[in-house]
Write a protein that binds this ligand. Structure first.
Ligand code: KG4
Ligand code: ZN
Length: 368
């Protein structure tokens, strides 16, 4: 990817992207596909507004998006040094996610597209994550994606733009959600992942042995709710829990999650090799949990063992952002004209329609 501002390259598209599906308000201007460049990538996290509630509060999120989105879009346009004339299309997340926020972002994008006379692309947020590695690492199809965030935990086979197969998913909590709930029950602040990771460095990994849920079963599905319950049971037995015990529980939890992810990654890569024997195997990791060093090392080792390429886009593009939405818009526009003015925002929108309908409702819709 080039960082050169080359917005006047005639064969390139310049797309404004908007992302509001969870607790980040984001806008970006991205160019491609010939000469790829992120001209701006503006983001404002709402974490401070949600911390005291121990998780994302949908109503607070929607209101915060309304208050700031105009400014974030202006900043992204300004930083990219673009006028509306330079923009070829507007792309915005149309789902899945917290519906209040999705409505704010998608309706704003509709208004901008209409006023500026540009085509509108309604992007599936998961597709944004799935295609990011083609912006950052020029990855060719097909490849595997492991998405591990606060709302999603899934293995996806990415065969092409709009051509996805979900190979496995959590059947209960998303991984980030499990980190957050574990942190909460150990008295650590939200979001819990980074706190659990930090304390884990001081923990004794041999003191507690937590389960590796579902690993005795074939397939690529995962489960994390039982792990959290097992941890709670251990903690209750030892109440009042001292600092060392908290660290020991953190490292045990983190090791279980890494083991489950590494084992499932090996199976996913074996399945990939069966399905696409002639393709160079590659696995991309995305989502906030990918920041975790132990998990990253476990995934890197699992990929190396299978002689597969391991791709982890820079963290700012791995977690929620609008550059990935703009890029997905560019990828979609390459396939032909798009006009999503009649598209409605949706809280649930599985990438793999054949596997639609999984249990429960996570913070971003179905826990898929
Ligand atoms: O992708 P993300 O920023 O937002 C969405 O959920 O869409 O992911 C946030 C999640 C939170 O649950 C957070 O606790 C987790 O990622 N997380 C981590 C770490 N950093 C963030 N989990 C484990 N270890 C970390 N270092
Ligand atoms: Zn996301």
């Amino acid at each position: 990817m080039t960082s050169v501002n080359s917005k006047f390259n005639a064969s390139n598209l310049t797309v404004l992207g908007i992302e509001t599906s969870c607790d980040e308000t984001a806008a970006a201007v991205v160019q491609g596909p010939v000469q790829k460049a992120i001209l701006s990538n503006t983001i404002r996290s709402q974490i401070d507004e949600h911390t005291e509630f121990g998780g994302v509060v949908p109503e607070i999120a929607a209101r915060a998006h309304i208050e700031i989105l105009d400014r974030i879009v202006s900043e992204a346009m300004h930083e990219a040094d673009c006028t509306w004339d330079d923009i070829d299309a507007v792309a915005a997340t149309a789902g899945p996610g917290l519906i209040g926020g999705v409505i704010v972002g998608f309706m704003t994008a509709k208004a901008i597209a209409m006023a500026a006379g540009k085509p509108l692309v309604g992007v599936n947020h998961l597709e944004g994550h799935a295609l990011t590695a083609r912006l950052t690492d020029d990855l060719e199809f097909p490849f595997l994606l492991l998405l591990v965030s606060g709302g999603h935990s899934q293995f996806l086979l990415v065969r092409g733009v709009g051509d996805y197969e979900r190979l496995g998913t959590t059947i209960d909590d998303a991984i980030g959600e499990a980190f957050d709930k574990t942190a909460k029950l150990l008295g650590l602040p939200y979001p819990g992942g980074p706190h659990v990771e930090k304390l884990a460095t001081r923990g004794d990994v041999n003191r507690f042995r937590l389960p590796r849920p579902l690993l005795d079963r074939p397939g690529l599905d995962m489960s994390f709710a039982g792990l959290k319950t097992a941890l709670r049971t251990q903690a209750k037995k030892l109440e009042p829990v001292d600092e060392q015990t908290v660290a020991d529980l953190c490292v045990a939890f983190q090791r279980s999650v890494s083991d489950v992810l590494a084992a499932r990654t090996k199976s996913a890569l074996a399945l990939f090799a069966e399905r696409h024997p002639d393709a160079e195997p590659a696995i991309v990791v995305a989502g906030g949990v990918a920041a975790n060093q132990e998990i990253r090392s476990a995934l890197t080792a699992a990929a190396a063992e299978a002689n597969a390429r391991f791709v982890a886009p820079p963290m700012a593009l791995c977690t929620d952002n609008a550059a990935m939405i703009a890029w997905a818009g560019i990828e979609r526009l390459q396939l032909g004209p798009v006009d999503d003015m009649k598209l409605s925002p949706r809280p649930r929108w599985p990438l793999d329609q054949d596997k639609a309908g999984i249990l429960g409702a996570g913070k971003k819709g179905a826990k898929v």
